[in-house]
Design a protein around this ligand. Structure first.
Ligand code: HAM
Length: 420
């Protein structure tokens, strides 16, 4: 049996970086006032089609959708924003305090063509903020992302930002865009001709080369912003500059989801080939209302966890080796029983201790201790037990000392905690 195409196991030898990122991210989120939220992996299909948009690649081609036994249409979540917005509305969170900040970490599902950095089950670190219209929160989220990447030692990333306008300025942009794409009709793919009728903005991120070339000089939302959106975007830029956060204004950045308004951004890397976006986000000031809640501005981002770890693996030259504090070699049944009890006490005290129960020879067990990268080995055989003592070997210096059984555990705890 094998995993499904595009799905993968994340094996213990790769987990260290995942845990490092999780620890750093949740610490930072908490410091910035975010609370963790966990939402279901399965939702009604309608939630995603209404928020992400019917005429988007995600909804048209990539969702894992099926009817359950009662015939209800359900979808494995392709992203977390829609679910968090649903939760915000369902629990009437706006009634107690409309300003809420959430983060969540978990798997998402999109049936894309698998390649490096692109999987059908992938993980996101997602953050969402409700109830704040000020452009300073846009800046703060980009700053937060920047800070997280800095702490993780990432370099060579660039923040691409754009403004997608609002319902006030959209019609003027859409008219200009429609005129433009109509003039390029001949060069567009079949899908884009359909998009032209239903959702012309999506033509701007069509992956077909001919379409990409045809829309190179297409009108940009940035040139059609209303005064409020213009001022909002200006504040984002000046406050980012004031904080020393580098960015590139990228007129062509439209993002692949329909809910965005005003600021949208992506953090891109040059080290992952075609899959260059390690994080993406933006404002969605109309989404809470669209899904049945009161008018509430929203903004957030998601980091591609798999991609982030891949970038970190490329940077990390000599990965730190995980190891044990102590490996217990018990020779013979009575020593095994004692060794077992010592190991449990040491485990309880937080000392990474392992004992081998298989009754192998000293030579075989020393080999295993080396393989497990143990700092110390405790050797307890029949002779030692008769003497009420055991041998502790420092695997680095090869020094050996004899320790009394009576005070063994407290002494080991003291010694091994000091070497941590
Ligand atoms: P997104 O741009 O669709 O935005 O995804 C965010 C990030 O998830 C991408 O930049 C990428 O790193 C990662 N990602 C997406 N698809 C895959 C895949 N198939 N394999 C591996 N990684 C992938 C969203 O999902 C929005 N919900 C972000 C957001 C939150 N906007 C506002 N709030």
């Amino acid at each position: 049996m094998q995993t499904i195409r595009g799905f993968r196991d994340i094996l213990p030898e790769h987990i260290r970086l995942w845990q490092k990122v999780e620890k750093e991210a949740s610490g930072l989120f908490k410091a910035f006032g975010f609370q963790e939220i966990r939402v279901p992996i399965l939702e009604k299909t309608q939630l995603f089609s209404r928020s992400i948009g019917e005429v988007t690649d995600i909804v048209e081609k990539e969702m894992y959708t099926f009817a359950d036994r009662k015939g209800d249409k359900l979808t494995l979540r392709p992203e977390a924003t829609a679910s968090i917005v649903r939760s915000y509305i369902q629990h009437k969170m706006y009634a107690t305090d409309p300003v809420r900040k959430f983060f969540t970490i978990g798997p998402m599902f999109r049936r894309e063509r698998p390649q490096k950095g692109r999987y059908r089950q992938f993980y996101q670190i997602d953050a969402e903020v409700f109830g704040i219209e000020s452009a300073l929160i846009d800046t703060q989220l980009i700053f937060l992302l920047n800070e997280l990447f800095k702490r993780l030692g990432l370099t060579g990333l660039s923040a691409h930002i754009n403004s997608l306008g609002c319902p006030e300025c959209r019609p003027s942009f859409q008219k200009a865009l429609l005129d433009f794409v109509t003039s390029k009709k001949e060069s567009l793919c079949k899908n884009c001709l359909r998009r032209m009728e239903k959702n012309p903005l999506r033509i701007l991120d069509c992956k077909v080369q001919a379409c990409k070339e045809a829309v190179q000089d297409a009108p940009a939302t940035l040139d059609h912003l209303c005064d409020d959106c213009e001022t909002h975007f200006k504040t984002v830029k000046t406050s980012l500059k004031a904080q020393g956060v580098d960015f590139i204004v990228d007129k062509s950045l439209v993002r692949g989801l329909d809910y965005y308004t005003r600021t949208a951004w992506e953090i891109q890397t040059t080290t992952l080939g075609a899959q260059s976006a390690v994080a993406g986000g933006g404002r969605y000031d109309g989404l809470v209302k669209e899904l049945g809640g009161p008018q509430t501005p929203g903004i957030g981002f998601a980091i591609g966890f798999d991609r982030l770890v891949e970038v970190m693996e490329q940077i990390e030259k000599t990965p730190e080796k995980e190891g044990l504090d102590l490996f217990i070699i018990s020779l013979g049944e009575p020593a095994m029983e004692k060794g077992y009890l010592w190991s449990c006490e040491l485990n309880q005290a937080g000392i990474r201790t392992e004992i081998d129960f298989r009754g192998k020879s000293l030579k075989a067990l020393m080999k295993r201790a080396n393989k497990l990268n143990a700092k110390y080995v405790l050797i307890a055989g029949e002779n030692e037990l008769a003497d009420n003592s055991v041998i502790l070997r420092d695997m680095n210096t090869k020094d050996q000392v004899s320790l009394s059984i009576e005070t063994l555990v407290p002494e080991l705890i003291k010694k091994l905690k000091l070497t941590k």
